[in-house]
Design a protein around this ligand. Structure first.
Ligand code: ADP
Ligand code: ZN
Length: 760
C-alpha cells in the first residue's frame, strides 16, 4: 500500500512562486460532482479583484489536472501554509450568478438538506443560465479610472468630452452603438478615447430584447371587502415594520386571497422593490397569469415548460431589476431579483412545493429562510393550511390573518356525507350512489355544472383472478397494475410498465380475469351511461398528456358547453367556475388509509378544496361525499368546513405520537438491485446512525430499517429508516456526520430526505 504521509509536493510539481508574499487570495471552490469540495485555489494575479463569490471558474482537478467547472463560494486571504495550491484557470462569469443573500441561502440549504453545496448551486441556477442558452456576448465600453481626474477630463477636446459625459451619465457600460447614439457622434472620438485609456472595454453576456408578447390592458381593481381590508392591514403592518415576519392568510375557498396578495405587491412595488409569488404549477393557468399581468407591468412568469433560452432570459431580466413580480412554481423562490420586498406562497399546504430530487427542498421552508435573510415579510395563503404552519400560528411565531367568508358573503356549500357501507349487495352495483345520481340529474335540470372527483386514474385499480386470487403486479415494482380500457393495457403507475391485459390468469389459466376498484375511466363510462345526453369530459394525467389539452377542457367547461367534469385531484384545486352547483367526491377514502402520518390531513384538504369549487357564483352549491368511513374525524370536519376543529384534533394526535410538527423528521431510503445487499446495507445504516447518536450524545430516535410501502420500485429493492428528534440541530448533526462517514457500495444508493413528504 502506498504511504499516506502528506507530502509537500504530492504531484512532484513545484508550488506556485514560493517566495511571493506570505498572504495571498484563494477562492473556495465547490463542485456539483464528487469530489464536491470545497477546495482552495489560488487566484492568479490577473484575476485578483475579478473572482467573486457566486461566480463560476475553471480549475484543474485531480492528478490529471483535468479542467472542471466549479462555483466560488468565498474569497479569502490566507497565509501560505506550505501546501501546494493550484491556480484558478479562468473565470466564466463577468458578474456573480447570485447575490450574497442567495449565496447564503444556498449554504443554508446545503446544510439543512445535507446536500453538497455544488449540487444546490446546480438546482438554484437554472441550466439555461449555466449553459448561457440563447445569449450572445458583446463588447461594452465603460469609463476608465482615469476619469477620476476631473481637471484632465475637462481638458479633452470638445467632441471627446461630450462622449465621456454621455458615458459617465449612463452609469452603466454601453455598446459602441449605444454610446455613439447618446453622444451623437461618429466612432472616431470614441476610438481615440479608447486608445488614450479613457475608455475601457469588456465583454458581457446579453440576451436580445424580445418584444413583449402580451400587450397589457390594465383593469380597475375591485374595492377590497372589509375582511380583505383587515387581512391586508396585517400584511401591511409586516411590510411597514421593515422586518421579517410571516403572515398566514387563512381564507376559505373563494374568499379573495389573491386580491390581498395583489394589494400587498402593489405596495412593495411602490417602494421600488420586487415580489415573488409561488403557486403550485397546476394553478399557473393563463387566468392566473392574466390576473397579475393586467394589474402589474413587468410580470415574469416562470413555469416548467420554458425553454432554456427563455428561462435564461427571464433570469437575466430579474437579475437586472427589470421585473417587478416573478410568478412561478417552487423554483421561482430562487429568482435573482436585486431588491426583494415580499414573498407570497399561495396554497402553501400543497405537496408540490416539495422537490423530490436532490436537493429535496421544500419551497415553503426555503421561502421562510430567504425572507428571513432578506429581512422581509412572507405571506402563506391557504384555505386548508398545513399543520406545520398552523402550529406556528398557535405558538405565536406566525401572525394570523383570516378571511372567514366568501366574497359577497356567498354561503359555503352544504356538504352531505353518503355512507357507502349501507348499500346492500346487488343494490346499485355502480359507483355513483342513487343520492349522487339524483343530485347530478337535478343540477343538469337547473342548468348548473357538476364536478366529480375520483383520485385514481385508469379503469380498474386491481386486476385479480377470481379463481386463484392472484393480483397482477408490476414486475419492476411489485405493485398492482391498473387496467386501462383504451387499448386494453395494464399499466404500472409508478414506472409506466405496460403490458396487454391478459384474458387468462397467468398463474392458473382461469379464463375470466376480474377487475376491481374504480378509476376515472370506469367512472366516465358509468356517468356516460347514466347521463347519455350530458356533455362530459374527463381530466386526469392520461387525457391531459398533450400540451394545451388542460386549457381546452377548462375553456369548454367555462363556456358552459360541458355539464360534467370528472377527474383526479387535477380538478380539485384553484378552479373558479361560478356555475358549478354540485361537487361529488366519489370515494373520499382513497387517501385515508395510506401508511402516511399525513393521510388524514390530505383527506381533509382534498375534500375541502374540491368542495371549494362549488357555489362560487350567485347560486348556492352543494357537495356530496361518498365514503366508507363516514365517522372519520377528517371527513366530518371537512363536511362542516371546520378547519380549526380538524387541526386541533390532528395536532393532538401528532403530538401524542411525536410526528411533525412536534418533531423534525428525516427519511433515509436505501435501494439496490440485490435484495440481500440492500437489506445488509440498510442494517449497516441503522447501526451507524445509532452509533453516532450515542457517541455524539444526540437526542434522536432511529426507526428501521423497514420495508417501505413500495418495497420494490423500477427493479430496485428498497428499505427505509426514519430519524426523528425534537431538537432539529441534533437531527442535522447526526445526518451530516452520517453522510460524511458513509459511502455505499457501488450498486447501492442511499438518499437522505429531510422533512419528507413522500412516505412511500
Ligand atoms: P381565493 O383565492 O381565496 O379562492 P380569489 O382571490 O380567486 O379567491 O377570488 C374569488 C373571486 O372573487 C374571484 O373571481 C375574484 O375576482 C373575486 N373577488 C375577489 N375580491 C373581490 C372584491 N373585493 N370584490 C369583488 N370581487 C372580488
Ligand atoms: Zn412499475
Amino acid at each position: 500500500m502506498e504511504s499516506q504521509q502528506p507530502s509537500l509536493f504530492p504531484e512532484d510539481q513545484p508550488p506556485w512562486e514560493l517566495d511571493a508574499a506570505e498572504h495571498f487570495l484563494v477562492g473556495k471552490i465547490v463542485f456539483a460532482e464528487p469530489p464536491f469540495g470545497p477546495f482552495d485555489y489560488r487566484i492568479p494575479d490577473d484575476l485578483v479583484g475579478s473572482v467573486r463569490p457566486g461566480m463560476r471558474v475553471r480549475v484543474p482537478l485531480g492528478k490529471s489536472n483535468r479542467g472542471v467547472t466549479g462555483y466560488c463560494i468565498a474569497v479569502e486571504s490566507i497565509r501560505w501554509r506550505g501546501d501546494r495550491l493550484k491556480d484558478i484557470l479562468s473565470l466564466l462569469d463577468a458578474d456573480p450568478l447570485c447575490s450574497s443573500k442567495l449565496l447564503e441561502l444556498i449554504r443554508w440549504m446545503a446544510q439543512y438538506y445535507v446536500v453538497p453545496l455544488g449540487q444546490v448551486f446546480e438546482s438554484v441556477i437554472p441550466a439555461g443560465v449555466r449553459t448561457s442558452a440563447g445569449v450572445k456576448t458583446r463588447v461594452v465600453l465603460l469609463a476608465s479610472s482615469k476619469t477620476d481626474d476631473m481637471q484632465q477630463l475637462e481638458r479633452l477636446p470638445p467632441k471627446q468630452l461630450e462622449v465621456m459625459k454621455a458615458l459617465l451619465a449612463a452609469k452603466q457600460p454601453l455598446t459602441l452603438e449605444h454610446l455613439r447614439k447618446r453622444a451623437n457622434c461618429s466612432t472616431g472620438p470614441i476610438q481615440q478615447l479608447r486608445r488614450n485609456g479613457w475608455i475601457d472595454s469588456r465583454e458581457e453576456y446579453y440576451v436580445e430584447d424580445r418584444p413583449s408578447t402580451e400587450p397589457i390592458t390594465p383593469v380597475t381593481k375591485p374595492m377590497l371587502s372589509e375582511d380583505q381590508r383587515s387581512a391586508f392591514e396585517v400584511v401591511e403592518e409586516a411590510l411597514d415594520s421593515g422586518k421579517h415576519q410571516t403572515v398566514l392568510l387563512h381564507g376559505v375557498t373563494g374568499s379573495g386571497k389573491t386580491e390581498v396578495y395583489m394589494e400587498a405587491i402593489e405596495k412593495v412595488i411602490g417602494f421600488g422593490r420586487q415580489a415573488i409569488v409561488l403557486v403550485p404549477e397546476i394553478s399557473l393557468t393563463p387566468q392566473t397569469r392574466a390576473r397579475f399581468q393586467e394589474r402589474f407591468a413587468h410580470v415574469s412568469v416562470v413555469h416548467s415548460h420554458l425553454t432554456d433560452a427563455e428561462r435564461h432570459y427571464q433570469w437575466r431580466l430579474a437579475l437586472a431589476g427589470a421585473v417587478s413580480v416573478v410568478i412561478g412554481p417552487r423554483s421561482a423562490i430562487f429568482a435573482p431579483v436585486p431588491n426583494l420586498g415580499l414573498i407570497i406562497l399561495d396554497e402553501e399546504h400543497e405537496s408540490s412545493f416539495k422537490q423530490e430530487t436532490i436537493p429535496r427542498y421544500h419551497a415553503r421552508d426555503v421561502a421562510l429562510h430567504r425572507a428571513f435573510l432578506e429581512n422581509i415579510p412572507l405571506v402563506l395563503g391557504s384555505a386548508t393550511p398545513s399543520l406545520e404552519s398552523w402550529n406556528r400560528v398557535r405558538c405565536g411565531t406566525y401572525r394570523h390573518a383570516s378571511l372567514p367568508r366568501r366574497i359577497y358573503n356567498r354561503p359555503m356549500p352544504s356538504v352531505r356525507i353518503i355512507d357507502l357501507r349501507s348499500r346492500r349487495q346487488g343494490e346499485g352495483v355502480g359507483i355513483i350512489s342513487p343520492q349522487l345520481r339524483d343530485a347530478i340529474e337535478q343540477t343538469i335540470h337547473d342548468q348548473g355544472q357538476t364536478i366529480l372527483l375520483l383520485n385514481r386514474r385508469g379503469f380498474a385499480t386491481t386486476i385479480q383472478c377470481p379463481a386463484c386470487g392472484r393480483v397482477l403486479a408490476c414486475p419492476n415494482c411489485d405493485l398492482p397494475l391498473t387496467h386501462h380500457r383504451d387499448g386494453g393495457k395494464s399499466v404500472c403507475h409508478y414506472c409506466d410498465f405496460t403490458m396487454m391485459t391478459p384474458s387468462m390468469c397467468p398463474s392458473c389459466n382461469y379464463e375470466g380475469i376480474h377487475f376491481y376498484g374504480t378509476g376515472t375511466q370506469k367512472l366516465e363510462i358509468e356517468v356516460r351511461n347514466l347521463f347519455p345526453n350530458a356533455e362530459i369530459a374527463r381530466m386526469d394525467s392520461d387525457t391531459m398528456k398533450r400540451p394545451g389539452s388542460h386549457e381546452r377542457v377548462l375553456d369548454s367547461f367555462r363556456s358552459g358547453k360541458l355539464q360534467i367534469l370528472l377527474g383526479t385531484q387535477m380538478i380539485a384545486k384553484g378552479l373558479d367556475f361560478p356555475n358549478v352547483l354540485l361537487v361529488g367526491v366519489v370515494h373520499a377514502d382513497t387517501a385515508l388509509h395510506f401508511p402516511d402520518f399525513r393521510a388524514a390531513e390530505r383527506t381533509f384538504q382534498l375534500i375541502a378544496q374540491v368542495a371549494g369549487r362549488a357555489g362560487r357564483g350567485d347560486r348556492a352549491g352543494q357537495v356530496l361525499v361518498q365514503t366508507f368511513s363516514p365517522e372519520h374525524f377528517a371527513i366530518l370536519a371537512a363536511s362542516r368546513h371546520d378547519f380549526e376543529q380538524f387541526a386541533s384534533a390532528e395536532l393532538n394526535h401528532r403530538q401524542q405520537y411525536g410526528y411533525p410538527p412536534f418533531a423534525s423528521l428525516a427519511r433515509i431510503i436505501v435501494r439496490g438491485e440485490s435484495q440481500k445487499a440492500t437489506e445488509d446495507f440498510a442494517e449497516l445504516v441503522g447501526r451507524s446512525l445509532n452509533r453516532i447518536n450515542e457517541v455524539a450524545q444526540l437526542h434522536c430516535r432511529i426507526l428501521g430499517p423497514a420495508l417501505p410501502p413500495i418495497a420494490k420500485l423500477r427493479n430496485k429493492y428498497r428499505f427505509h429508516l426514519f430519524v426523528s428528534s425534537t431538537a432539529l440541530a441534533d437531527l442535522i448533526h447526526l445526518l451530516t456526520r452520517f453522510a460524511g462517514e458513509t459511502t455505499a457500495p457501488s450498486e447501492i444508493q442511499f438518499v437522505i430526505d429531510v422533512d419528507p413528504v413522500d412516505m412511500l
